[in-house]
Write a protein that binds this ligand. Structure first.
Ligand code: 5AD
Ligand code: SF4
Length: 440
């Protein structure tokens, strides 16, 4: 028997890349590859990349440079770049870094078996098509490998919103939703493999409108279908756009017990002038009204968001409006970034805010979010929460999981098992996690 070939895959960026990396690993499993955690003994190295900000893209090139010696020692080693940098830069990657043998975009990685075989013959291979055939249909024959009690499931890809700062509509293409029956089949398959929580993924997941038994189905309709899957205990979804937060989805937060009380709803800025310049087509007020309606449906829902500081032409007053909005919403957590110029997007052409100004605003914004996060965490102390345990913690006898509100929760209890959903009394709140004890 020949020894299996080894695949080292490194994932950058969003959760959809995590999902894609898992699927690429499964596809290459069919070619005799097993995953390795070190590039040193790999026969193939794949970097699944992110193009959302300049820093993320540049990291890929510095990482690739580190493989020079490995490739010199092992000329058979195949080095591939997948994901959004692959899509955006294509052949340019090989010009900048000749070590790269293979470039594959997010819509064509189901073709990896052929692409890998071609690369093995010494050819340079590039596939950044948006193919006619459906990637997911081809992938269907490769079983999902469950890696624990939680899983991601891509239900929608691409974006038609064209926010002025964002590369996603160019790298991931236009919005496409997968049909309901395929998603339910994949979910059942995951549950059969021990998964108890599924996070539905999409760049614009709440714009989901996949084909269902009675015509187009909304995300709320899809969630209602998943609610009936026996053994599936928890449902989440990310990332959403405020303008696609329909009434049925808001209602689902009040009605569907499996739908967890956590919502990632990016607003980006609290200034209507900047929101307009960002092409967001909502206002700070409409966002705040929306949050109110969501909280009316599910009062304890934890809200998270995304923010950009230093978007072109952002003034102190614009930034203050963002801080005011944050004060009003009271976020449980949030992701925030300095504006990064992305070539080819409309905002790249506009007057830029000096770096030190964006940095200072980002620091102030993050300090406010951290205060809010700690206030929300501290308020959990003494409360009873549901926790799905995922894996042992760093201390002996410790188990770590996620609460319904997506807080990391530690318990020290030898009876706690991965995959178990338990009631836990929260005893204390740390920097980024909670600690508690099992309730009998
Ligand atoms: N610069 C900074 N942040 C960006 N994001 C998207 N594009 C950029 C950019 N050019 C942020 C947005 C988005 C999140 C995924 O990344 O906040 O919601
Ligand atoms: Fe990018 Fe805006 Fe689409 Fe989100 S909604 S992926 S920020 S263009």
């Amino acid at each position: 028997m020949t020894a299996p070939k080894k695949l080292f895959i490194k994932t950058y960026g969003c959760q959809m890349n995590v999902y894609d990396s898992e699927r690429m690993t499964e596809v290459l499993g069919g070619q005799g590859y097993v995953e390795t955690s070190s590039p040193d003994d790999a026969d193939m190295i794949l970097l699944n990349t992110c193009h959302i900000r300049e820093k993320a893209a540049e990291k890929v090139y510095s990482e690739l440079g580190r493989f020079r010696k490995l490739k010199a020692d092992k000329p058979d080693l195949t080095i591939g770049v997948a994901g959004c940098v692959a899509q955006a830069e294509g052949a340019e990657i090989m010009r900048r870094q000749p070590l790269v043998d293979l470039v594959v975009g997010p819509q064509s990685y189901h073709r990896l078996p052929e692409l890998e075989a071609k690369a093995r013959t010494g050819q340079k291979v590039i596939d950044t098509d948006f193919p006619e055939e459906d990637k997911f249909e081809t992938l269907k024959s490769r079983p999902r490998a469950a890696r624990g009690p939680t899983a991601f499931l891509t239900v929608q890809e691409g974006c038609d919103k064209f926010c002025a700062f964002c590369v996603v509509p160019y790298t991931r293409g236009t919005e496409v939703s997968r049909p309901v029956d395929r998603i339910l089949a994949e979910a059942r398959d995951l549950v059969d493999r021990g998964v108890r929580e599924i996070t539905l993924l999409g760049q614009n997941v709440n714009a989901y409108h996949g084909a269902g038994p009675d015509g187009d189905c909304s995300l709320a309709g899809l969630i209602a279908g998943l609610d009936k899957v026996d053994g599936l205990e928890r449902i989440r979804y990310t990332t959403s756009h405020p303008n696609d937060m329909q009434d049925d989805l808001i209602a689902a937060h009040g009605e569907c017990a499996k739908l967890m009380p956590y919502l990632h709803l990016p607003v980006q800025s609290g200034s209507n002038r900047i929101l307009k310049r960002m092409n967001r087509s909502h206002t700070a007020e409409s966002y705040l009204r929306l949050i109110e309606r969501i909280r009316a449906a599910r009062p304890d829902i934890l809200i998270s968001g995304d923010f950009i500081t230093g978007f072109p032409e952002e003034t102190d007053a614009d930034f203050q409006a963002t801080m005011d909005l944050i004060e009003e919403v009271k976020y449980g957590t949030a992701y925030s970034f300095k504006y990064s110029t992305r070539p080819g997007t409309p905002a790249a052409e506009r007057p830029q805010v000096p770096e030190d100004v964006s940095s200072e605003r980002l620091q102030r914004l993050q300090a406010l979010i951290t205060r809010q996060q700690h206030a929300v965490q501290d308020a959990m102390v003494g409360r009873e929460v549901g926790v799905l345990f995922e894996k042992p913690g760093r201390q002996p006898g410790q188990m770590v999981g996620k609460s319904d509100h997506l807080h990391a929760v530690h318990v020290s209890d030898p009876t706690a098992q991965p995959g178990q959903i338990a009631r836990v009394r929260i005893l204390s709140s740390g920097t980024n996690s909670l600690a508690g004890k099992l309730i009998d």
